[in-house]
Structures are given as C-alpha cells and as structure tokens.
Ligand binder design. Structure first.
Ligand code: 5GP
Length: 192
C-alpha cells in the first residue's frame, strides 16, 4: 500500500472529534476523504450504510478478520466491532486523496505504527469527564447503560493521549477547529 497521507483523529466518545473531522473534510486545501469504517453496532438515527459506516453483522465482521481484510480492527465495546478495511484506504489513495479517520485510540495508534511517516495522529481532549457525560446525554442517541460504558472507557482513553503526535483541547469549538485546520494543513501541505 502506498499513497497520500493519513490523518487520525481519536478521542473519547463525545469529545467533539466527529465535528472537527467533518469541518476538516469541507476544507478543499486539505484534499481529505473520510475513511468509512466497518462496524457491527446497530445503526443510530439517520446514519447511512456506506456513508457513516459499512454496517455488518458480528459474523460478517469476523469473516473479514479471518480473511485479513482489516488494516486494524477493535472490539471497541462488547460485540461492537469496528475496523478499517484495507480496500477503503487503497480506494481513497487511488483517488489521490489524503485519508482522515475518526477511530478509537487503539486503532489510531495501530495505524500510526504501521505507517509512521505518512500518519499524523491527533488526540482530541474534552474539558472533563463530567462535560463528556453532559454532551453524551444531550446527544440522547443511546441508553444510560451505553453512555456509562462510554464514560468508563473515556478515562483509559485519556491516558493514551501522550502517545499521539498532537493533542487538541476541545474547550472552545471555534479555537479547536482552527487549531485542527492549521495542524493538518502544515502536515499535508508542508512548506519547504
Ligand atoms: P460510535 O459508535 O460512536 O460511532 O463509535 C465508537 C468508537 O469507535 C469511536 O471512538 C469511534 O472513533 C471508534 N471507531 C470508529 N471506526 C473505527 C475503526 O475503524 N477502528 C477503530 N479501532 N475504532 C473505530
């Protein structure tokens, strides 16, 4: 596999990384395309297959694991598998794009390890765990159980932040968006 750059955005669920990634995708100077992951969790709200995720059953997902189709995969929550298909990155690189990922911390660091030079790994830090809880409740797309599961994981995820190339604090969204743009811009369009 060879091609453009890889931009990873990882963070605890509810940190605002999806908002940041969406914003970056709209910036033509960055020439980004979104890596659609495979996922075995149920569809939420208005999510579309092939756009937000390639939704599949746990057994379909396991078949892809067996075939070595993933660049990385993770059982992020119990029976909720998520993974990056090799074909997805190959397809976007063939289109001449830089690929941006919205994935969990373990997956993000795995990709960084596989492609150290081509990858910029960014960790998005929420103001606090309490604020995360408030944001997840506001989103109201999941049960309290599921929200608690995500909060429990957030502490572990926060501890991995120092392993990333850069940390963005998402305390003020406008500032975080600008910071994210500048970071990605200097990585994909280096001025020499
Ligand atoms: P959600 O269910 O909220 O869409 O995603 C749950 C978590 O799974 C998020 O942290 C998200 O970034 C992560 N995730 C999404 N796609 C992938 C992937 O392809 N690989 C890994 N390792 N994590 C992913």
């Amino acid at each position: 596999m060879a091609g453009g750059k890889l931009i990873i955005f990882s963070a605890p669920s509810g940190s605002g990384k999806t908002t940041i990634v969406r914003h970056l995708l709209e910036q033509p100077d960055l020439n980004l395309a979104f890596s659609v992951s495979a996922a075995s969790r149920p569809r939420r709200g208005k999510e579309k297959n092939g756009e937000h995720y390639y939704f599949m059953t746990v057994s379909e997902f396991k078949k892809h694991i067996k075939n070595d189709d993933f660049l990385e995969w993770e059982e992020v929550y119990r029976d909720n598998f998520y993974g990056t298909l090799k074909t997805e990155v190959e397809r976007l690189w063939a289109e001449g794009k830089n690929v941006i990922f919205d994935i969990d911390v373990v997956g993000g660091l795995r990709i960084k390890k596989k492609f150290p030079k081509e990858t910029l790994a960014v960790f998005v830090k929420p103001p606090s765990i309490d604020e995360l809880k408030i944001r997840l409740k506001k989103r109201s797309t999941e049960s309290d159980d599921k929200i608690n599961m995500r909060i429990a994981k957030a502490g572990v995820e926060l501890a991995t932040a120092p392993q990333f190339d850069k940390i963005i604090k998402n305390y003020d969204l406008d500032i975080a968006l600008k910071e994210a743009h500048d970071l990605v811009d200097s990585f994909v369009n280096p001025k020499e």
